[in-house]
Design a protein around this ligand. Structure first.
Ligand code: GLN
Length: 483
């Protein structure tokens, strides 16, 4: 049962082969048995899950249908869930029970999805390895000595290990696509503004975007359908109709123009990954796509720009965690300043503190023009590169990451080494574009992802290309040994 995709579950439930309650019990038992090896969950919500599953079964018995009605999922632990701990992977929010549901959570619940729990993540979504979580590192089911990627490492490990078919995640600089690549999943970061950020604890508000992590493009289409749409509560939500993502999966790729940026194949890329990416290009050519070399000349400036803008926004967003209103409060503060200092000093982990310091520095008088403003100018140049490229091509293709998943602890002493691994993913966030990662093969037994980028609001095109690719390849069907 645990091998089923969301699409297969929807068919099985519709055909009354099993009930949502039965499936939920099977998956909860599987989580209890296997998750101790992975640490992919921060909280389990068994009671809620069984209650939602029974309600979904009752709705089906009353003649209702829907791809998500009775489908088990989990939420990254930065989506607020009413009455349930929403920790953001931090000691700061270990005691925080959200007073309301995030829009994404409410929408999926209304569609009948069943929440099994809240998944582990890098603290405040800062990281690429899921090692900065207050609740401990998550292990990659493909090799338990390696990281699953981050910051959505818990969602990725759980779905890859078949503990559940799909999960929500967020992507500020790659945190959906990179863990998808590291665990052999399909993950989609939507256009900025496509999925509501209301109730999604902010890291860098102008870059953050929620999206689906699943095993197939078909399942990403189903989950995205339930997440996307205008929300008046999010001032950057865009009032654009949501297309039927499943309806466009089978369009032909004949004549599709795929741009391959020459900058993506530079020295930093593992040559074995380059070879797998070229294989996926050949597979798409066979389906009728036309390949064109393009250039994104400002890509080299993206990492420094991102690592100024994201910490700058984080330093501002995280100022609300002051020990006064909610979250962690230090013991016996001497006065107000001591309360602020110790609550924040004890509540935030080292990576979060580092970023608050960097961000506050970049925004301070005298340095603002040199760093923050400069980074914003680079951001515009990165966007302009994409706009020029999309005049010539329909999709941009390249590797998702320069290397496969590294060993646990390998980059702990050198944060910049980890930042450099984000080179292919952060440009989509800077420009606000949608991006998808899908399985492209293995290097030393570890999964490799191929990334597709599309113009604004062309999530349907990304899912269509990925689905056609998956009909003609079988990388996405591979299961990690032991799971
Ligand atoms: N690795 C990037 C960072 O640490 C991206 C994280 C994310 O997308 N949430 O900022």
């Amino acid at each position: 049962m645990h091998q089923m995709t969301l699409a297969e579950i929807a068919r099985g439930l519709a055909d009354k082969k099993f009930s949502s309650e039965e499936l939920t019990k099977v998956l909860l038992a599987r989580i209890a048995q296997l998750d101790p090896q992975l640490n992919s969950f921060i909280s389990l919500t068994e009671d809620l899950a069984l209650q939602q599953a029974k309600a979904a079964d009752a709705r089906r018995a009353n003649g209702e249908s829907g791809a998500l009605l009775g489908a088990p999922i989990a939420h990254k632990d930065l989506f607020c869930t009413q009455g349930i701990r929403t920790s953001c992977g931090s000691k700061m929010l270990d005691n925080f029970k959200a007073p309301y549901d995030a829009t994404v959570v409410a929408k999926l619940a209304a569609a009948g999805a069943v929440t099994l729990g809240k998944t582990n993540m890098d603290e405040f979504a800062m990281g690429s390895a899921n090692e900065s979580s207050y609740y401990g590192a998550v292990k990659n089911p493909w090799n338990l000595e390696h990281v699953p990627g981050g910051s959505s490492g818990g969602s990725a490990a759980a779905v890859a290990a078949r503990l559940l078919p799909a999960a929500t995640a967020t992507d500020t600089g790659g945190s959906i696509r990179q863990p998808a690549a590291f665990t052999n999943l399909t993950g989609l970061k939507p256009t900025y503004g496509r999925v509501s950020r209301w109730g999604m604890i902010a890291y860098a508000s102008s870059l953050d975007q929620g999206g689906p992590l699943a095993r197939t493009a078909e399942d990403c289409a189903i989950l995205l359908q339930g997440m996307a749409g205008f929300d008046a509560n999010d001032s950057t939500s865009i009032d654009e109709p949501v297309p039927d993502y499943s309806a466009s999966l089978n369009s032909s790729l004949q004549g599709l123009r795929i741009g391959v940026p020459k900058e993506y194949f530079s020295a930093g890329l593992d040559p074995r990954i380059a070879e797998l990416i070229h294989n996926s290009i050949k597979a798409l050519e066979k389906l009728g796509a036309v390949i064109k070399e393009i250039s994104l000349p400002n890509m080299q400036h993206a990492i420094p720009a991102y690592y100024v803008i994201a910490p700058a926004e984080a330093s501002s967003n995280l100022s609300r965690f002051d020990g006064v209103r909610f979250g962690y409060r230090c013991e016996e503060p001497k006065n107000l300043i001591d309360l602020y200092k110790r609550s924040r000093g004890e509540g935030f982990g080292p990576e979060v503190q580092r970023r608050i310091m960097v961000g506050a520095y970049a925004l301070s008088a005298g340095y603002y023009d040199a760093y923050y403003l400069k980074a914003q100018k680079i951001r515009r140049l990165v966007k302009n590169d994409f706009m020029a490229a999309f005049n010539e091509v329909d999709i941009i293709l390249g590797p998702t990451t320069p290397n496969p998943a590294w060993k646990l602890g390998a980059k702990n002493s050198d944060p910049v080494a980890a930042y450099l691994e984000d080179v292919y993913t952060i440009t989509a966030n800077l420009a606000g574009l949608p991006g998808l990662s899908m399985p492209a093969g293995f290097v030393d037994g570890l999964p490799v992802g191929v990334q597709l980028l599309a113009p604004y609001f062309q999530e349907g095109r990304l899912l269509n290309v990925a689905h056609q690719y998956q009909l003609n390849t079988d990388w996405h069907t591979r299961t990690p040994t032991g799971f």
